[in-house]
Design a protein around this ligand. Structure first.
Ligand code: NAP
Length: 292
């Protein structure tokens, strides 16, 4: 048992997956779920994935050794402000947000000196949301990036690391700024592209749209899966990782223009060289066990 009492705030895909693992592996004596929605709290109890589910955030975090913020990135600051005086001395607060810089900026000012904040981001997910979407295998062999702050308490970092190891994750320690840049290219830009492609198809004439859906297996299908991801979560990701996403988007636009030019000029060699390079990346992703 790693903790006496754990409180998870936000029982969606990520929060409910962590809850299931904590219960299954008996990682905490007491597990409390806090969610803004009554329907979510009722579902959590029906599923039996926490000992208690409540909308009373302050009562929920009282006496917790570990509090996990699993709410959309844009809600983390307000949640930290709400729990400020209810946290016990020595409590550890962690999060699961897909962006780290703004979460740190928004959460830190609300935490007392004797509370330890250890930001983290599991690189695992699906396009589904809500407490029913979670499952215990979600984090197995997936990276969890932990971004300790310069003055983070070592024991608190070790505890959060132990939790993610118990979830089956591989751990990477990274600087906050680097995290946001790396994720801008590996996750945020691909989502933006998927939202764009699917949006463009939606705007096409009715007839064409029917054919787009009918023949979606030719590549479009994978984009529709990504573009079905939670709108609130992704709105917050783009608003909170603005700088890094815009920087990567600029590079992407330049590369796209290069390929556009190659097509216009009939430069087959350039296209073939480019596609050979990207095929190699795919092989490396498979070899690294990150393709499933
Ligand atoms: P989700 O399925 O949408 O769940 C979020 C839950 O938090 C919902 O039940 C929501 O309730 C609740 N909530 C929102 N604001 C709240 C507040 N102020 N107080 C209490 N509860 C609140 O989201 P998720 O996919 O689990 O994502 C959670 C976090 O993990 C996000 O920060 C996201 O960036 C990160 N993350 C997501 C993925 C992914 O692929 N999904 C992967 C890695 C990390 P309502 O529905 O009633 O608003």
């Amino acid at each position: 048992m790693l903790f006496n009492k754990v409180t998870i705030i936000g029982l969606g895909l990520i929060g409910s997956s962590i809850a299931r693992i904590i219960k299954q592996k008996n990682l905490a004596k007491t597990l409390v779920a806090v969610d803004a929605s009554k329907a979510v709290c009722d579902k959590v109890m029906e599923l039996g994935i926490a000992d208690e589910a409540t909308r009373e955030i302050r009562n929920g975090v009282a006496d917790a050794d570990l509090v996990i913020l699993a709410v959309p990135v844009g809600a983390c600051g307000a949640v930290a402000e709400q729990i400020r005086y209810a946290l016990k001395d020595g409590a550890i607060v962690t999060d699961t947000g897909s962006v780290k810089g703004t979460v740190v900026e928004q959460v830190m000012p609300h935490l007392k000196d004797n509370v330890h904040f250890v930001p983290a981001h599991p690189i695992a997910g699906t396009e589904h949301s809500g407490p029913e979407a979670g499952f215990t295998e979600l984090f197995i062999d997936r990276w969890c990036i932990i971004t300790p702050l310069p003055d983070s308490d070592i024991q608190a970092v070790e505890k959060v690391t132990a939790l993610w190891e118990a979830c089956g994750s591989r751990i990477e320690i990274m600087d906050v700024k680097r995290h946001d840049l790396v994720l801008a290219i590996t996750s945020h830009l691909p989502h933006l592209i998927a939202y764009t492609i699917v949006g463009t198809a939606t705007d096409l004439e009715e007839d064409t749209k029917d054919d787009v859906i009918k023949f979606s297996a030719s590549g479009f299908r994978d984009f529709t899966r990504i573009a079905a991801s939670d709108p609130v979560m992704w709105r917050d990701v783009f608003l909170n990782n603005k700088e890094a996403v815009l920087e990567i988007l600029q590079r992407f636009n330049e590369d796209l223009t290069g390929l556009q030019k190659a097509i216009r000029k009939g430069n087959g060699q350039q296209l073939e060289d480019h596609f050979t390079k990207t095929r190699k990346i795919r092989r490396e992703v498979i070899e690294a066990g990150q393709a499933a």
